[in-house]
Design a protein around this ligand. Sequence first.
Ligand code: MET
Ligand SMILES: [Zn+2]
Length: 341
Amino acid sequence: MVGKSAGGGGVEDAAAAMRRWVEAGGGRLVMDGGLATELEANGADLNDPLWSAKCLLSSPHLIRKVHLDYLEAGANIIITASYQATIQGFESKGFSKEQSEELLSKSVKIAREARDMFLKEQLDRSMQHPILVAASIGSYGAYLADGSEYSGDYGEAGTLEFLKDFHRRRLEVLAEAGPDLIAFETIPNKLEAQAYVELLEECNINIPAWFSFNSKDGIHIVSGDSLIECATISNGCSKVGAVGINCTPPRFIHGLILSIRKVTDKPILIYPNSGERYDADKKEWVESTGVSDGDFVSYVNEWCKDGAVLIGGCCRTTPNTIKAISRSLNQRHCVSHLPVA
Ligand code: MET
Ligand SMILES: [Zn+2]
C-alpha cells in the first residue's frame, strides 16, 4: 500500500476509530442489507422521487421495524433512511427548510431508537458489539431519481461547487443528529468524492465517514472514472475511516477490493447488491442476473481473504442475506481462533 494519510494531531483519525470498532467486533463487522428493498417487502410503496425517504413522512414505524429486523439478523451497522432524503427534495414537496431539516434528523433518530430497543432486549450484549448507526448520504444522482447514480453523468450541473452546495447543509444536519458514522454511499464519480472530502474538512465533521463507490464493469466506478483515483482521494482524507463498494454485483467485488487495497490501508467495506440490474426507466430491478443468498454468501470468505472487514448487502438483499453473512463470518471467526494442534 502507498500514500498512507497522516493522523491529525490530537483528534483520533477516522480510520483508527473504525479499526477500534472492527476489533471490538472480533475482527469483522456485519452491515445491514437493502433498506428500500425491505421497506417494500413490508408493504411500502416507494415509487416516488424520495424513494425510501418517503417512509420518513408516511411510515416511520416501518423504517424502525426494518432496522430492528437487520439488527436481529446480526447486523452491527444500520444505515439510516436518508439515502434519498435531501432538503431540496423535501422542499419540492412543499415542506419548509426547517421541516426538511427535521425530517433528515428524524432518520437518525429512528435508527437510534431501533438500536436502543434492540439493546434493551438483548440478554447477552457481548454477542453483537458494537452496534452503530450510519447516516446515509446518497449522491446528487440519487436525488435526481433518474438513474444517474448508476451513470454518474450530471451534465452541466456537475461542478465541484454545485455539488458542495447541494450537500453542505444536509451533511451538517445529519452530523448534528448524532450518528456514529456518515455513510457516503453509491458514489458514482470522482467529482462527488472530491466534493465530499472538501465538505468534511470545511464543515469540520468529526464523525468518521465512509466512502463507498459503485461499479458496473468490475474495474471503473459507474461514471468510468478510475476506482484507484477515487480510492486515493478517499485515502487522502483523515476524516474518511473506511473505503469500499456497494450496490454492485457480487461477481465484481474481488477485483475491486484488490484495486482499493493498492492505494489504502484504511478498513475496506463491501455491501454488494444481489447482482440484478436496475432499469431506471421502469424504476424496477431486472431479476435475470441475480444470485441467491447462498451464492452471495459463498463469496464472503474470498472477500475476507482479500481484506474486507465490513461486509453486508445493498439493494435486493434482505435480513436472510445478512443472517447468512453473519453466520458465515462467525464461523470463520471461530475457526480462526481454534488452537493449533
Ligand atoms: C441505491 S443504493 C441504496 C442504499 C441504501 N442504504 C439502501 O439500502 O436503501
Ligand atoms: Zn443499493
